[in-house]
Ligand binder design. Structure first.
Ligand code: AVJ
Length: 335
């Protein structure tokens, strides 16, 4: 074990109780997805080291408006947001899927500017990311009290419910809610709600419905970074599960359905082929031009978000938009 360079308080929840490890879970999920008649792979496995780097590159693409729009929303509305967070006094700011938190830092510096009574609890499954974030905050915003939690969202919320009695403001930024199917997002928000109390708040980033051409280009960029991000999932399976995907025999394909408001991303097999995934004990057959679905990114309008919130015990307090109304950060209170 290496000793971390700075001692930062960090809670590690990610150890599994049943003795299984992350590779076992990955193998199980891959086997399950690829055994279906319509093959799928869960999008949460995009983010290994290489995938996280590619996603950071995506966020800087001219076509990928989401990140820049949300940054604008936070930058332009930080004073109002912080005022609304701070109304009830002392609170824990819980950042689900914090990553490098470069958007949250906009709020953190405003919070310390307004001298709010809070501490910052970033939550992420990446221990490395949480270590780096704790250290960078110590340098950039030393006055902010940080307690990073390494673990799954609900593990973390449960831990917080049992260990912290004070008010909670939960951040779920970046349109991550978009990856869930409608039924899943209801389940997700109801679970969050079950860990909260009256007086608590949730700030959720949602990508709004807009010109389909704009949306489509964001997931099929000219430089091919999104294609590389999608294909990296096959490289990851090769690396971690001892598989033999011929990645050149697959191509990225993305479509937007304006009726459902969903971007769907696929990997399409360019030829008939067989793939062996040794650690999953599986041989998979692909027909020529068979599609494997890797991601959904749902787009919403505000009435839908209002209804979703109400179904899950949340009431909209304020909707914050960017100047083009492409993206919204919706502040909910527990109803
Ligand atoms: C991180 C889930 C918000 O759906 O826009 C970016 C991931 N996929 N380009 C999204 C992603 C392809 C992103 N989220």
């Amino acid at each position: 074990m290496e000793t971390p360079s700075t001692l930062t308080p960090m809670i590690e929840l990610s150890r599994r109780q049943d003795g299984s490890n992350d590779t076992t879970a990955f193998a199980h999920d891959v086997a399950e997805g690829l055994s279906q008649r319509q093959k799928t792979l869960p999008s949460r496995y995009f983010y290994d080291g290489a995938g996280s780097k590619l996603f950071q590159q995506i966020m800087t693409l001219p076509e990928y408006y989401l990140t820049r729009c949300e940054q604008e929303v936070l930058q332009e509305n930080k004073e109002a947001m912080v005022r609304q967070f701070s109304q009830g006094g002392l609170f824990h700011l819980i950042d689900l899927g914090a990553g490098d938190a470069f958007k949250t830092k906009i709020l953190l510096s405003e919070l310390s500017e307004q001298q709010s009574a809070f501490d910052y609890v970033p939550v992420d499954i990446s221990g490395d990311a949480m270590q780096e974030l704790s250290e960078s905050l110590q340098k950039e915003l030393p006055q902010v009290k940080v307690e990073a939690v390494v673990g799954e969202y609900f593990q973390a919320l449960k831990w917080l419910q049992e260990n912290k009695a004070e008010r909670k403001v939960v951040l779920f930024l970046g349109s991550n809610i978009g990856n869930f199917e409608t039924a899943e997002s209801i389940g997700f928000l109801r679970s969050i709600r079950s860990y909260l109390q009256p007086g608590d708040q949730l700030l959720m980033g949602v990508d709004l419905r807009k010109n389909p051409d704009v949306i489509l280009k964001a997931y099929d960029d000219a430089a091919g970074v999104t294609a590389a991000f999608n294909l990296n999932l096959l490289h990851r399976i090769n690396r971690e599960l001892d598989a033999d995907f011929d990645v050149n025999q697959f191509c990225h394909h993305a479509i937007y359905n304006p009726l459902e408001g969903v971007m769907r991303s696929f990997l399409v097999s360019k030829s008939e082929q067989e793939v062996h995934i040794r650690k999953a004990g599986l041989t998979v057959h692909f027909d020529a031009w068979e599609a494997l679905q890797t991601e959904n990114s749902y787009k919403y309008n505000i009435p839908q978000i209002d209804e979703l919130g109400k179904e899950c015990g949340f009431e909209i307090e304020t909707v914050f938009y960017d100047s083009q109304k492409r993206f919204a950060d919706v502040l909910f209170k527990v109803s």
